[in-house]
Write a protein that binds this ligand. Structure first.
Ligand SMILES: C[S@@+](CC[C@H](N)C(=O)[O-])C[C@H]1O[C@@H](n2cnc3c(N)ncnc32)[C@H](O)[C@@H]1O
Ligand SMILES: Nc1c(NC[C@H](O)[C@H](O)[C@H](O)CO)[nH]c(=O)[nH]c1=O
Ligand SMILES: N[C@@H](Cc1ccc(O)cc1)C(=O)O
Ligand code: SF4
Length: 459
């Protein structure tokens, strides 16, 4: 049997070496000059002239980024009242950093073992979203595995049903499964409850939604938009450098495919976020190249509202279990990721600190390293939890107001597209969402809290 690849085996063409100096790169960053990939490498490494991260230099990078944040967006820290409603964990793409997925064959009615995963019908999705909308949320984020029975819409289903080689296009009809996810357009329109903002369909999912056809990404995103899609999550980006994708997600769309799908979404008028998933096998050169690809995309589109660094959660993932990596990013690398994103992405206004990835204490620290957005309430979380993350699935408005005020910043409820904002007065409790279609300021309660309030029936 072939020996699996390990950390020591990895050699890359792109390495963190430059002709630039740290001091020069930092001076450019402070002056607001547009940074090059080499500048970013110097900042990420705190200088390629020495080994490891130099704490004093790191602090100077963080300070420059914090300064830029204050200049660019001021003292407000935003967050959104949202729900994560992921439709299915069935997926055969096989990304080695992912433990969200469950092998798609385990969902088949004929399977001998019961699947550990889930699939929701459009009706089930609607009920979950409707309940959250009643509680005041404004947005639903939905990202899913590439279930083989998923089709874009009825026309796509007909094409896939008639396909001469369904296996080659990763298709199996819904009848093969205990539960059918329906079509993407059915799911999107089911989740569009009372005009709630639907944030869904990553480039990887858009790829699945056109497999076996000659449809363009524009065509796919237009149909989804007609069904109620509002904005696109820019995940599936991981590291936008092929030599890294070959190691961590060889089955996934390429860098060019990801950029093509994002550009198409922008062309049909959809807003979007962008991400980087870092802290696995990549080096600082790859991180810098990724940032450049995102900045170029934003120069072309202008549709990216925020950039979300996602720190790799390693514990339960194949990459860790097979010794390809020995852990995730260090705290210093996390802080530099946020700071260099702020300094490099001069055309993206908002940088997110994700409490799912960093926890509260470190998440708050990130708000002084260049970040100005603190994610959302989400109510439910499966991706990080399944990978071994331990920072929970929900933050209330009271949590947000307390945390953001504690560092002297201004808590602001925002819409997903940042068009609407509401400044919250920390002296005026109770704190609840007000921007959602049914938001009247009542605090968002977890299901457990809400159930505990219902007087149990006598028995
Ligand atoms: C789980 S996928 C779901 C959507 C879709 N299947 C796709 O790949 O775009 C969404 C994103 O979660 C992130 N993710 C998955 N596993 C992760 C992990 N262990 N640590 C951090 N982020 C992770 C990746 O960036 C991935 O693109
Ligand atoms: N909506 C956001 C999330 N949601 C959590 C995800 O489901 C997931 O856990 C993970 O982040 C995927 O890597 N997470 C964010 O970091 N930012 C969001 O805006
Ligand atoms: N993929 C993650 C994280 C994420 C989502 C949307 C974003 O805009 C940014 C990040 C999620 O499902 O929630
Ligand atoms: S990251 Fe997305 S595409 Fe990759 S295995 Fe996980 S769910 Fe599937």
């Amino acid at each position: 049997m072939e020996r699996p690849v390990t950390e020591a085996d990895l050699t890359f063409d792109h390495v963190p070496e430059t002709d630039q100096s740290f001091e020069n790169a930092l001076a450019k960053a402070r002056d607001g000059d547009r940074l090059t990939v080499d500048d970013a490498i110097e900042l990420f490494t705190t200088g390629t002239d020495g080994e490891g991260i130099d704490r004093k230099r790191k602090d100077r990078v963080l300070e420059a980024a914090d300064h830029r944040r204050a200049e660019q967006v001021g003292e407000e820290v935003t967050f959104v009242a949202n729900l994560n409603n992921n439709v299915t964990t069935a997926c055969n793409v096989g990304c080695l950093f992912c433990n969200f997925k469950d092998a798609a064959h385990t969902f088949e009615s004929e399977a001998e073992i019961e699947t550990a995963g889930f699939t929701k019908t459009p009706a089930e999705s609607r009920e979950i979203v409707a309940d959250a909308v009643d509680r005041g949320i404004y947005e639903v984020t939905s990202v899913s595995g590439l279930h083989p029975a998923f089709a874009l819409d009825d026309e796509h289903r007909d094409i896939l049903d008639d396909h001469p080689n369904p296996k080659a296009v990763n298709y199996k009809p819904p009848e093969r499964y205990d539960t059918s996810p329906g079509t993407y357009t059915e799911q999107v329109s089911a989740m569009s409850v009372d005009g709630v903002h639907v944030h869904s369909m990553t480039p990887e999912e858009a790829y699945h939604a056109r497999r076996g056809t000659d449809w363009s990404y524009e065509e796919v995103y237009r149909r989804l938009q007609d069904a109620g899609l509002d904005t696109v999550p820019g995940t599936a980006a991981e590291i936008l450098v092929e030599e890294v994708r070959e190691v961590i997600c060889p089955g996934k769309i390429s860098t060019d495919g990801w950029l093509e799908a994002m550009e198409a979404a922008a062309n049909v008028g959809l807003g979007m976020t962008a991400t980087i998933m870092y802290g696995h096998v990549e080096n600082e050169a790859h991180r810098a190249m990724h940032l450049q690809r995102i900045r170029d995309l934003q120069d072309r589109t202008g549709n990216i509202t925020e950039f979300v660094p996602l720190s790799f959660i390693h514990q339960n993932t194949p990459l860790f279990e097979h010794d390809v990596v020995s852990g995730g990013a260090s705290r210093h690398e996390d802080e530099l990721m946020i700071a260099v994103s702020r300094l490099f992405l001069d055309n993206i206004d908002h940088i997110q600190a994700s409490w799912v990835k960093y926890g509260d204490e470190q998440g708050l620290k990130m708000l002084s390293c260049g970040a100005d957005d603190y994610m959302g309430t989400i109510l439910s979380e499966e991706i990080t939890k399944r990978a071994g993350g331990g920072y929970g699935e929900f933050r209330s408005f009271a949590d947000y107001v307390e945390m953001i005020s504690s560092i002297g910043r201004v808590p602001v409820e925002r819409s997903t597209d940042y068009e609407t904002r509401r400044v919250i007065d920390p002296d005026e409790p109770p704190f609840g969402p007000r921007l959602g279609p049914k938001a009247d300021g009542t605090p968002l309660l977890t299901t457990e809290e809400r159930d505990a309030r219902v007087t149990p029936a006598d028995d």
